[in-house]
Write a protein that binds this ligand. Sequence first.
Ligand code: HEM
Length: 494
Amino acid sequence: MGALGITIALLVWVVTLLLISIWKQLYSSWNLPPGPFPLPIIGNLLQLDIKDIPKSFTRLAKRYGPVFTLYLGSRRTVILHGYKAVKEVLLTHKNEFSGRGEIPVFQEYKDKGIIFNNGPTWKDVRRFSLSILRDYGMGKQGNEARIQREAQFLVQELRNTQGRPFDPTFLLGCAPCNVISDILFHRRFDYKDKTILRLMSLFNENFYLLSTPWLQLYNNFSNYLRYMPGSHRKIMKNASEIKVYALERAKEHLQSLDPSCPRDVTDCLLIEMEKEKHREKPPMYTMENISVTLADLFFAGTETTSTTLRYGLLILMKYPEVEEKLHEEIDRVIGPTRIPAIKDRLEMPYMDAVVHEIQRFINLVPSNLPHEATQDTMFRGYLIPKGTVVIPTLDSLLYDSQEFPDPEQFKPEHFLNENGKFKYSDYFKAFSAGKRVCVGEGLARMELFLLLTAILQNFNLKSLVEPKDIDLKPITIGFGCVPPHYKLCVIPRS
Ligand code: HEM
């Protein structure tokens, strides 16, 4: 028995050595960017802090340079760190790296809609959605008027709190949610409506869960973890419910569709579906694809802007001197009663700088969404094979210490020149860049400016704790940086 045991142990040892050597040979035969040696199955998991993967990327970039390879589980991944490398990938090689890296927890949305679409329909669906969004954004009933109208509802709702403490999550969230809902479904909700509150809680919970350590593990080891219990199931369930909501709206719209008079984005997508019925080629605008497109725009259009507003107010309470300067600028340029307009931004460099600095500082999507190489690509002398996941990190630009001295500090001066005028920075890439650049950038920027200005025109913010005790650190970092929970009071200025 003893001899048999020793023989088996020796055999296992020899086979393991053999496997490692084959793995090493395979690995070094590719001309990939440098990186730590990966282990079979777990890849470079041991080199990552799953509670703060973006920080691990920054640490590894110090050792391996701005372009390095990591194995996230068995997925070959190239990380880009810093302005030059990120811009080169997103703008110089824009087609080669315009694929979408798989996000396994969104299996149900895979290769449909826009965000998670790495299939042949992505380009057309994205292009068509952008053109409809542009149409609905312009003109008299365009986005500016839409946001201005919503800003008045938001101000009224804030007034109704009568100076009492409240959690701003859903109250603030209703404004961007109503704006995008009006564009997509020609529908806005009362701030107490159960449907909007339910939808926002789904968006909010998914953004939080996606940023937890478990999901970083799940998205890289989904083959092994798929059948386990855990919060990935909750995300899938929530995403399904959002899609069902969008599908129901699409079905409802179909019944009353008048192709000569589209009411909203849903109608435009359905008209395209009807047109396709007379064509030969395989249909692209199926009800399934339409509902994923609508769901994409609905949650991406709500959660991002809503979280930025919520984080922004917390930051302003920590720095009352910044809030005071904003009040002064608003009073001087707009006064107490006129509804803020986009043209005011030109005369409000301080507000413009504060909005940019909020977005820079909160670093909402630190590692961007994963891209994928659509073909074998030579990049800086390395060969990046088709199918490689490519991560053009955004935090490496937003926290660049040359461009933004003291990047860890919240300083509107990062976006102001010595004359107090707004200073543009090409490092400000909170919305990414290139072929996959955020579809809602224009809308989000307008919302942030108009809604924050309207809030501060009408209210003073009052924290329940001393400013020095406000902790701005995110409560979890993963897909996003999630702000701490808090309550505040808003006190009418007149
Ligand atoms: C503060 C607000 C927002 C931020 C910081 C933000 C950020 C981002 C980022 C970083 C990406 C990934 C880009 C890439 O893959 O390179 C993205 C994609 C996207 N965003 Fe936004 N976003 C915001 C608001 C919005 C809004 C309001 C909408 C909807 C109208 C929207 C719709 C989308 C869509 C559809 C994509 C996927 C684009 C594609 O894959 O082709 N976003 N966003």
